[in-house]
Write a protein that binds this ligand. Structure first.
Ligand SMILES: [Zn+2]
Length: 275
């Protein structure tokens, strides 16, 4: 596993090595959403985020490892675990929820099963990556009721986690964003027919070896919102082999790391080229 405690420990190590640790906000259950900053605050900035989907917690560990290795000149703002409540739920089930009423609610939503390992949403059963204000509610897989995944929430930005990430992104004004998800070893780019910085998916594809596709039928995601509101490139990178059980993806970390270790450096060079 890679838990909130593991993340805290790794952040302390990185801080001791000179990285800055920041908090973008708090989850619905009050857990801090922490990040790592490296590089320079002047000039172009990059933002990388992971584990917005609970069961994809392996991407939090990948983000930490990538931030640790980053040596670019752009400022790198890395938010490894955007959905800490969901990750806790996927890993520890209802034991991670203190409030009895919330536990009962989540148990029912999960089909009265104690196994939350396939949970995608946050602790209010909202899928954060369809809760952003980008053609909200029009996505192909959207559902309009609380669920383990794909529930858009009552209105855009109804969730503290999506609000925190958006507010923070507005503040940083990154040149490019990378969102780590699992699985498929594929890159998605653009939104609703828009493809700003078309060289970015090409560069990312060359660097990782993953094919890059325009995202069809997607709405309300972090990447969707970033592309729509800034007209800059945001990409979604899906790591891990399709079909691998989520709780076994951690075994693929060495190959994930090898495939993704050049990506941030490539984006760093590209961001500085466009100055
Ligand atoms: Zn995902």
């Amino acid at each position: 596993m890679y838990t909130v405690t593991d993340l805290d420990r790794d952040l302390s190590v990185l801080e001791a090595q000179g990285a800055k640790i920041f908090t973008v906000g708090y989850s619905e259950l009050g857990r801090p959403i922490k990040g790592i900053f490296k590089g320079r605050t002047d000039g172009p900035q990059l933002l990388v985020q992971g584990a917005i989907h609970a069961r994809e917690w392996v991407t939090a560990q990948l983000c930490v490892l990538l931030a640790e290795r980053y040596e670019g000149e752009c400022g790198l703002w890395c938010v490894p675990m955007s959905n800490p409540d969901g990750v806790m739920l996927a890993q520890y089930g209802l034991d991670s929820v203190a409030n009895a009423e919330k536990r009962d609610f989540l148990y029912g939503i999960n089909g009265y099963s104690d196994d939350f390992s396939l949970w995608k949403a946050n602790a209010r059963a909202v899928d954060l990556n369809v809760n952003f204000n980008a053609l909200w509610g029009t996505g192909r897989s959207n559902v309009t009721y609380p669920a383990p995944g794909n529930y858009i929430g009552p209105y855009p930005f109804s969730e503290s986690e999506s609000r925190a990430l958006a507010t923070f992104t507005d503040k940083v004004r990154p040149r490019f964003t990378v969102s780590y998800h699992a699985r498929g070893r594929v890159i998605y780019y653009g939104f609703n027919g828009a493809n700003p910085d078309p060289q970015i998916p090409r560069i990312a594809s060359a660097s990782t070896g993953y094919p890059a596709y325009t995202s069809e039928g997607s709405a309300g995601g972090y990447k969707d919102w970033f592309v729509l509101t800034t007209y800059r490139a945001g990409i979604t990178v899906e790591v891990g082999t399709e079909g691998t059980p989520y709780d076994e993806l951690q075994k693929q970390l060495p190959s994930m790391l090898a495939e993704n270790s050049g990506l941030l450096q490539a984006l760093d060079s590209e961001a500085r080229k466009s100055l």
